[in-house]
Write a protein that binds this ligand. Sequence first.
Ligand SMILES: [Zn+2]
Length: 335
Amino acid sequence: VRKCEVCNSEDVAVSLDNLSFSPKAEDNEQEWEYRLLRCHQCGLVYVDPKPSWQLLCSFYGSYGIYTSAGRDLFGGKGYLKYIAAKYRYATYARNGLLEVAKVGLGVAVEWITGRTVPFSLGIPLQLPKDSRIFEVGYGSGDWLLSMKRLGYRNLAGYDIDANPKNSSWFVSEGIDVSGGDFLANDYPEAFYDCIRMNHVLEHLLQPHDVLGKCRKMLAPGGVLALDSPCIESVVARLSFGSFTNLDGPRHLHHHTLMSARLLLESAGFDVVKMKPYGVLMLIPTTLNAILHDRGINQIKIPSFLFLPCAPVYKLFCLLMHKGEFQTILCRKRQN
Ligand SMILES: [Zn+2]
């Protein structure tokens, strides 16, 4: 059995066996079989065997999240989300009375809606508009575009193979985007004030090397704001095989709080803050996935029924120190 990639422990067991992934039908490729291993030391769950880069790229053939929502990003509730996120961490930049009041408002919004503002959304908004900000894995690019609309001037991003139509549009907006192999690309060192990774860590073939490169790219005192799914969650425990967060084999690593901390520290970061948080909507989607896996397609549990319970679930996750996701803020360690 392969050693744990994070803590090197050999105390590893098979967690879920006989899994398979079918690449797109037109590629005419065979099913790829894999399993999930769990480390008993740090709790990391990971895909075994490790896929090749080529195989990994085939996982994304049918991936639907690379299309930007478009130019009207702040229509509807979009703008309010950014205001709430900016208020939530207002004391990050300045610790005045006004900022404390803003944090209070941000926290109130969190509790009313039962949601949590991740550091990857709230922290970059505290930085001056000329800060150099880089997003690893920009996906649809909506976040970079939103930041541009909010007046941020020095934005850059990388994605493995983002929508080419979007990338030329981003370049015309003055956002510096790149693709291909992140580790092989040339980026300025000791340059960026903030790097953001929003649900990217779990997709990486070489997370330690990517984080190490991010550390080099950061200016002294620069921060990394990162979110990822967390395997230490009630939903994950109750429904392991059907847990929609597994998104295997695209999610190569499923972290616990401990494994994420160990990985970040070994890559040269100091963890400033980390918190797990519950995402209630994953309960109906997971229940529906369980039904689907059992061949029951007639019943579909409507997710709106769960909405009123969101604040209670948030409280539950806070007390249990568990959640479906985790958000982490770290700083480049100087040595
Ligand atoms: Zn481990």
